[in-house]
Design a protein around this ligand. Structure first.
Ligand SMILES: Cc1ncc(COP(=O)(O)O)c(C=O)c1O
Length: 344
Protein backbone atom coordinates (compact mmCIF):
# COMPACT_ATOMS: atom_id res chain seq x y z
CA UNK A 1 0.00 0.00 0.00
CA UNK A 2 1.44 3.34 -1.07
CA UNK A 3 1.77 5.76 1.81
CA UNK A 4 0.16 9.09 1.06
CA UNK A 5 1.99 11.68 3.11
CA UNK A 6 -0.16 14.74 3.61
CA UNK A 7 1.53 15.94 6.80
CA UNK A 8 3.42 18.90 5.35
CA UNK A 9 5.09 20.28 2.25
CA UNK A 10 8.33 19.97 4.21
CA UNK A 11 8.22 16.25 3.42
CA UNK A 12 8.73 16.90 -0.30
CA UNK A 13 11.68 15.11 -1.85
CA UNK A 14 13.89 16.89 -4.39
CA UNK A 15 13.33 16.24 -8.12
CA UNK A 16 15.88 14.20 -10.06
CA UNK A 17 16.95 17.38 -11.84
CA UNK A 18 17.71 18.97 -8.48
CA UNK A 19 19.78 16.01 -7.34
CA UNK A 20 21.58 15.91 -10.69
CA UNK A 21 22.45 19.61 -10.37
CA UNK A 22 24.50 19.00 -7.22
CA UNK A 23 27.58 17.12 -8.54
CA UNK A 24 28.19 19.65 -11.29
CA UNK A 25 27.61 22.79 -9.18
CA UNK A 26 30.44 25.35 -9.20
CA UNK A 27 31.58 25.71 -5.60
CA UNK A 28 33.55 28.15 -3.47
CA UNK A 29 33.62 29.44 0.10
CA UNK A 30 30.30 31.16 0.68
CA UNK A 31 31.39 32.72 3.98
CA UNK A 32 33.71 34.76 1.75
CA UNK A 33 30.81 35.21 -0.72
CA UNK A 34 32.84 33.21 -3.25
CA UNK A 35 30.47 30.39 -4.06
CA UNK A 36 29.33 31.12 -7.63
CA UNK A 37 26.22 28.93 -7.35
CA UNK A 38 25.10 30.59 -4.12
CA UNK A 39 25.70 33.98 -5.71
CA UNK A 40 23.64 32.94 -8.72
CA UNK A 41 20.76 31.81 -6.49
CA UNK A 42 20.89 35.05 -4.50
CA UNK A 43 20.96 37.18 -7.66
CA UNK A 44 18.01 35.25 -9.03
CA UNK A 45 16.02 35.67 -5.80
CA UNK A 46 16.80 39.39 -5.64
CA UNK A 47 15.71 39.88 -9.24
CA UNK A 48 12.47 37.93 -8.70
CA UNK A 49 11.59 40.03 -5.64
CA UNK A 50 12.92 43.30 -7.04
CA UNK A 51 15.31 43.81 -4.12
CA UNK A 52 18.93 44.95 -4.06
CA UNK A 53 20.18 41.79 -2.41
CA UNK A 54 19.39 38.33 -1.07
CA UNK A 55 21.06 35.85 1.25
CA UNK A 56 20.86 32.08 1.48
CA UNK A 57 20.24 30.78 5.00
CA UNK A 58 19.83 27.30 6.42
CA UNK A 59 16.12 27.37 7.22
CA UNK A 60 12.97 29.45 7.50
CA UNK A 61 13.50 29.74 11.23
CA UNK A 62 16.99 31.09 10.67
CA UNK A 63 15.72 33.49 7.99
CA UNK A 64 13.24 35.01 10.40
CA UNK A 65 15.71 35.05 13.27
CA UNK A 66 18.55 36.83 11.46
CA UNK A 67 16.06 39.29 9.96
CA UNK A 68 14.63 40.15 13.38
CA UNK A 69 18.16 40.50 14.73
CA UNK A 70 18.85 43.05 11.99
CA UNK A 71 15.67 45.03 12.61
CA UNK A 72 15.52 45.07 16.41
CA UNK A 73 17.52 45.99 19.45
CA UNK A 74 17.12 44.27 22.82
CA UNK A 75 13.91 45.30 24.54
CA UNK A 76 12.18 46.34 21.31
CA UNK A 77 8.66 45.24 20.68
CA UNK A 78 7.55 43.32 17.59
CA UNK A 79 3.90 43.28 16.57
CA UNK A 80 2.72 40.02 15.10
CA UNK A 81 -0.38 37.91 14.80
CA UNK A 82 -1.18 35.65 17.75
CA UNK A 83 -0.64 32.43 15.78
CA UNK A 84 2.36 33.61 13.78
CA UNK A 85 4.93 30.90 13.13
CA UNK A 86 7.65 33.20 14.52
CA UNK A 87 5.77 33.34 17.81
CA UNK A 88 4.27 29.89 17.90
CA UNK A 89 6.88 27.53 16.49
CA UNK A 90 10.32 29.12 16.61
CA UNK A 91 11.25 28.26 20.19
CA UNK A 92 10.91 31.83 21.39
CA UNK A 93 14.05 32.77 19.45
CA UNK A 94 12.75 36.30 19.02
CA UNK A 95 13.04 36.73 22.78
CA UNK A 96 15.80 34.27 23.65
CA UNK A 97 18.21 35.42 20.96
CA UNK A 98 16.98 38.72 19.53
CA UNK A 99 15.87 40.04 22.94
CA UNK A 100 12.65 41.39 21.45
CA UNK A 101 9.19 41.24 22.97
CA UNK A 102 6.15 40.04 21.07
CA UNK A 103 2.98 42.11 21.03
CA UNK A 104 0.26 39.82 19.77
CA UNK A 105 -2.68 40.92 17.66
CA UNK A 106 -5.56 38.48 17.41
CA UNK A 107 -6.23 38.27 13.69
CA UNK A 108 -8.74 36.44 11.58
CA UNK A 109 -7.27 33.30 10.10
CA UNK A 110 -3.83 34.80 10.64
CA UNK A 111 -4.43 38.22 9.15
CA UNK A 112 -4.94 41.50 10.97
CA UNK A 113 -6.11 44.83 9.64
CA UNK A 114 -4.46 48.22 9.35
CA UNK A 115 -6.86 49.47 12.06
CA UNK A 116 -5.82 46.69 14.43
CA UNK A 117 -2.19 47.53 13.79
CA UNK A 118 -2.79 51.22 14.37
CA UNK A 119 -4.33 50.37 17.76
CA UNK A 120 -1.42 48.11 18.71
CA UNK A 121 1.39 50.60 18.08
CA UNK A 122 2.58 52.29 21.26
CA UNK A 123 3.14 56.00 21.45
CA UNK A 124 6.42 57.12 22.97
CA UNK A 125 6.28 56.95 26.75
CA UNK A 126 8.93 56.51 29.40
CA UNK A 127 7.24 53.29 30.53
CA UNK A 128 6.88 51.59 27.16
CA UNK A 129 9.25 49.53 25.08
CA UNK A 130 9.99 50.85 21.59
CA UNK A 131 7.75 49.29 18.97
CA UNK A 132 10.18 48.53 16.16
CA UNK A 133 8.82 45.97 13.76
CA UNK A 134 5.65 44.47 12.34
CA UNK A 135 5.69 40.87 11.10
CA UNK A 136 3.14 39.36 8.78
CA UNK A 137 3.00 35.77 7.54
CA UNK A 138 2.00 35.02 3.96
CA UNK A 139 0.60 32.46 3.47
CA UNK A 140 -0.39 32.03 7.08
CA UNK A 141 0.40 28.53 8.23
CA UNK A 142 -1.83 28.14 11.30
CA UNK A 143 -4.52 30.17 9.57
CA UNK A 144 -4.65 27.25 7.11
CA UNK A 145 -2.57 28.56 4.20
CA UNK A 146 -4.40 31.89 4.13
CA UNK A 147 -3.35 34.45 1.55
CA UNK A 148 -2.78 38.14 2.13
CA UNK A 149 -3.58 40.24 -0.92
CA UNK A 150 -1.01 42.86 -1.98
CA UNK A 151 -3.63 45.50 -1.04
CA UNK A 152 -3.93 44.14 2.49
CA UNK A 153 -0.14 44.11 2.83
CA UNK A 154 0.03 47.64 1.48
CA UNK A 155 -2.53 48.90 4.01
CA UNK A 156 -0.75 47.37 6.99
CA UNK A 157 2.69 48.42 5.73
CA UNK A 158 1.52 52.00 5.26
CA UNK A 159 0.44 52.25 8.90
CA UNK A 160 3.73 50.68 10.02
CA UNK A 161 5.86 52.97 7.88
CA UNK A 162 3.87 56.05 8.89
CA UNK A 163 4.89 55.23 12.46
CA UNK A 164 8.53 54.63 11.51
CA UNK A 165 8.28 50.85 11.90
CA UNK A 166 9.76 48.25 9.57
CA UNK A 167 7.77 45.37 8.10
CA UNK A 168 9.10 41.84 7.81
CA UNK A 169 7.21 39.07 6.04
CA UNK A 170 7.59 35.44 7.04
CA UNK A 171 7.07 34.37 3.45
CA UNK A 172 7.92 30.71 3.93
CA UNK A 173 5.11 30.06 1.42
CA UNK A 174 5.04 33.41 -0.38
CA UNK A 175 4.99 31.71 -3.78
CA UNK A 176 1.81 29.86 -2.81
CA UNK A 177 0.22 33.25 -2.14
CA UNK A 178 1.47 34.78 -5.38
CA UNK A 179 0.36 31.79 -7.45
CA UNK A 180 -3.06 31.66 -5.75
CA UNK A 181 -3.74 35.28 -6.71
CA UNK A 182 -1.75 35.19 -9.93
CA UNK A 183 0.38 38.14 -8.87
CA UNK A 184 4.12 38.72 -9.02
CA UNK A 185 5.96 38.41 -5.69
CA UNK A 186 7.27 41.93 -6.38
CA UNK A 187 3.71 43.13 -5.73
CA UNK A 188 4.18 42.08 -2.12
CA UNK A 189 7.82 42.98 -1.77
CA UNK A 190 7.43 46.61 -2.75
CA UNK A 191 5.53 47.21 0.51
CA UNK A 192 7.97 45.27 2.70
CA UNK A 193 11.38 45.90 4.22
CA UNK A 194 12.38 42.26 4.36
CA UNK A 195 11.06 38.83 3.57
CA UNK A 196 12.25 35.30 4.18
CA UNK A 197 11.02 32.50 1.91
CA UNK A 198 11.62 28.76 2.01
CA UNK A 199 13.14 26.70 -0.77
CA UNK A 200 12.44 23.54 1.18
CA UNK A 201 8.64 23.55 1.28
CA UNK A 202 6.46 23.76 -1.84
CA UNK A 203 9.50 24.37 -4.04
CA UNK A 204 10.68 20.89 -3.01
CA UNK A 205 14.35 21.70 -2.43
CA UNK A 206 16.17 19.65 0.18
CA UNK A 207 17.50 22.56 2.27
CA UNK A 208 17.41 26.29 2.57
CA UNK A 209 15.62 29.61 2.75
CA UNK A 210 16.45 33.00 1.31
CA UNK A 211 16.16 36.44 2.91
CA UNK A 212 15.59 39.38 0.57
CA UNK A 213 15.89 43.11 1.25
CA UNK A 214 18.07 46.12 0.57
CA UNK A 215 21.86 45.85 0.46
CA UNK A 216 22.51 47.38 3.86
CA UNK A 217 19.94 45.13 5.53
CA UNK A 218 21.30 42.01 3.86
CA UNK A 219 24.85 42.86 4.95
CA UNK A 220 23.56 43.02 8.53
CA UNK A 221 21.74 39.72 8.03
CA UNK A 222 24.97 38.20 6.72
CA UNK A 223 26.74 39.17 9.95
CA UNK A 224 23.86 37.76 12.01
CA UNK A 225 23.88 34.52 10.04
CA UNK A 226 27.58 34.11 10.87
CA UNK A 227 26.90 34.93 14.53
CA UNK A 228 24.32 32.16 14.89
CA UNK A 229 26.63 29.68 13.19
CA UNK A 230 24.89 29.73 9.84
CA UNK A 231 27.86 30.72 7.70
CA UNK A 232 28.15 27.80 5.30
CA UNK A 233 31.15 27.05 3.16
CA UNK A 234 30.56 25.22 -0.15
CA UNK A 235 26.83 25.91 0.07
CA UNK A 236 26.47 25.72 -3.71
CA UNK A 237 25.37 22.12 -3.19
CA UNK A 238 22.26 23.56 -1.54
CA UNK A 239 21.95 26.52 -3.88
CA UNK A 240 21.99 24.44 -7.09
CA UNK A 241 18.63 22.74 -6.31
CA UNK A 242 17.43 26.13 -5.05
CA UNK A 243 17.92 27.66 -8.48
CA UNK A 244 15.88 24.87 -10.04
CA UNK A 245 13.23 25.35 -7.36
CA UNK A 246 12.86 29.02 -8.27
CA UNK A 247 12.97 28.42 -12.01
CA UNK A 248 10.82 25.32 -12.31
CA UNK A 249 8.73 24.69 -9.21
CA UNK A 250 6.81 27.90 -8.70
CA UNK A 251 4.30 27.46 -11.52
CA UNK A 252 3.36 23.95 -10.45
CA UNK A 253 2.13 25.14 -7.04
CA UNK A 254 -1.25 25.66 -8.66
CA UNK A 255 -1.52 21.88 -8.96
CA UNK A 256 -1.07 21.65 -5.17
CA UNK A 257 -3.82 24.22 -4.74
CA UNK A 258 -6.27 22.43 -7.00
CA UNK A 259 -5.43 19.13 -5.29
CA UNK A 260 -6.12 20.78 -1.93
CA UNK A 261 -9.54 21.92 -3.16
CA UNK A 262 -10.31 18.48 -4.52
CA UNK A 263 -9.27 16.96 -1.20
CA UNK A 264 -11.32 19.47 0.81
CA UNK A 265 -14.43 18.90 -1.31
CA UNK A 266 -14.01 15.13 -0.94
CA UNK A 267 -13.49 15.38 2.82
CA UNK A 268 -16.69 17.39 3.11
CA UNK A 269 -18.57 14.45 1.60
CA UNK A 270 -17.34 12.08 4.29
CA UNK A 271 -19.77 11.94 7.22
CA UNK A 272 -18.28 13.49 10.36
CA UNK A 273 -15.64 15.60 8.58
CA UNK A 274 -16.10 19.29 7.91
CA UNK A 275 -13.91 21.69 6.00
CA UNK A 276 -14.57 25.40 5.69
CA UNK A 277 -14.09 25.80 1.93
CA UNK A 278 -13.55 29.55 2.20
CA UNK A 279 -10.43 28.83 4.19
CA UNK A 280 -8.99 26.54 1.52
CA UNK A 281 -6.94 29.07 -0.40
CA UNK A 282 -3.66 27.32 -1.12
CA UNK A 283 -2.21 23.92 -0.22
CA UNK A 284 -3.37 23.50 3.39
CA UNK A 285 -6.67 21.91 4.45
CA UNK A 286 -7.83 22.04 8.06
CA UNK A 287 -10.51 19.43 8.60
CA UNK A 288 -12.74 19.41 11.67
CA UNK A 289 -13.24 15.79 12.61
CA UNK A 290 -15.47 16.32 15.66
CA UNK A 291 -18.45 14.74 13.88
CA UNK A 292 -16.65 11.39 13.61
CA UNK A 293 -16.92 11.01 17.40
CA UNK A 294 -13.18 10.25 17.50
CA UNK A 295 -10.55 12.37 19.13
CA UNK A 296 -7.90 13.79 16.85
CA UNK A 297 -5.08 11.55 18.10
CA UNK A 298 -7.15 8.49 17.37
CA UNK A 299 -8.16 9.78 13.94
CA UNK A 300 -4.54 10.53 13.01
CA UNK A 301 -3.42 7.07 14.18
CA UNK A 302 -6.17 5.24 12.35
CA UNK A 303 -5.52 7.25 9.19
CA UNK A 304 -1.82 6.42 9.45
CA UNK A 305 -2.65 2.69 9.68
CA UNK A 306 -4.41 2.90 6.31
CA UNK A 307 -1.48 4.77 4.79
CA UNK A 308 -2.81 8.31 5.00
CA UNK A 309 -0.47 10.49 7.03
CA UNK A 310 -1.78 13.75 8.44
CA UNK A 311 -0.90 15.96 11.39
CA UNK A 312 -3.22 16.74 14.26
CA UNK A 313 -4.12 20.40 14.51
CA UNK A 314 -5.46 21.34 17.93
CA UNK A 315 -8.20 19.47 19.73
CA UNK A 316 -10.67 19.10 16.87
CA UNK A 317 -8.84 19.29 13.56
CA UNK A 318 -6.49 17.36 11.35
CA UNK A 319 -4.20 19.12 8.90
CA UNK A 320 -3.73 17.90 5.33
CA UNK A 321 -1.13 19.51 3.07
CA UNK A 322 -0.75 18.90 -0.66
CA UNK A 323 2.65 19.19 -2.32
CA UNK A 324 5.07 17.99 -4.97
CA UNK A 325 4.83 14.21 -4.78
CA UNK A 326 1.07 14.17 -4.21
CA UNK A 327 -1.03 13.93 -7.36
CA UNK A 328 -4.76 13.81 -8.08
CA UNK A 329 -4.76 10.02 -7.84
CA UNK A 330 -3.21 10.18 -4.37
CA UNK A 331 -5.92 12.60 -3.30
CA UNK A 332 -8.64 10.28 -4.61
CA UNK A 333 -7.00 7.25 -2.98
CA UNK A 334 -6.66 9.05 0.35
CA UNK A 335 -10.33 10.04 0.20
CA UNK A 336 -11.44 6.51 -0.67
CA UNK A 337 -9.42 5.05 2.21
CA UNK A 338 -10.76 7.57 4.72
CA UNK A 339 -14.31 7.04 3.51
CA UNK A 340 -13.94 3.26 4.02
CA UNK A 341 -12.37 3.80 7.44
CA UNK A 342 -15.18 6.00 8.66
CA UNK A 343 -17.97 3.93 7.17
CA UNK A 344 -16.78 0.89 9.09
C1 LIG B 1 5.17 30.06 8.01
C2 LIG B 1 6.45 29.37 8.35
N1 LIG B 1 7.50 30.10 8.68
C3 LIG B 1 8.68 29.56 8.98
C4 LIG B 1 8.84 28.19 8.97
C5 LIG B 1 10.16 27.61 9.40
O1 LIG B 1 10.83 26.96 8.39
P1 LIG B 1 11.97 25.86 8.74
O2 LIG B 1 11.25 24.63 9.11
O3 LIG B 1 12.74 25.78 7.46
O4 LIG B 1 12.78 26.43 9.85
C6 LIG B 1 7.76 27.37 8.64
C7 LIG B 1 7.91 25.90 8.64
O5 LIG B 1 6.97 25.16 8.57
C8 LIG B 1 6.54 27.97 8.32
O6 LIG B 1 5.45 27.26 8.02
Amino acid sequence: MRRIDLRSDTFTLPSKEMLDSIPSADLGDDVEAEDPTVNQLQDLAASMFGTEAALLVASGTMGNLVSLMAHCRRGDEVILESEAHIYYYELGGMSAIVGAMPYLVKGQRGKFTAEQLEAAIRHPDLHYPNTRLVCIENTHNRGGGIVWTPREVEAVAKVAHDHGLKVHCDGARIFNAAVALDVDVKEYMRHLDSLSFCLSKGLACPVGSVVVGNREFIEEVRRNRKMVGGGMRQAGIIAAPGIIGLQKMVGRLKEDHSNARRLAEGLNEIPGIKVDMEAVQTNIVLADITGTGWDVDYFVNRACKIGVQVFEFGATKARFVTHYGIDEQDVDDALARLRRLLER
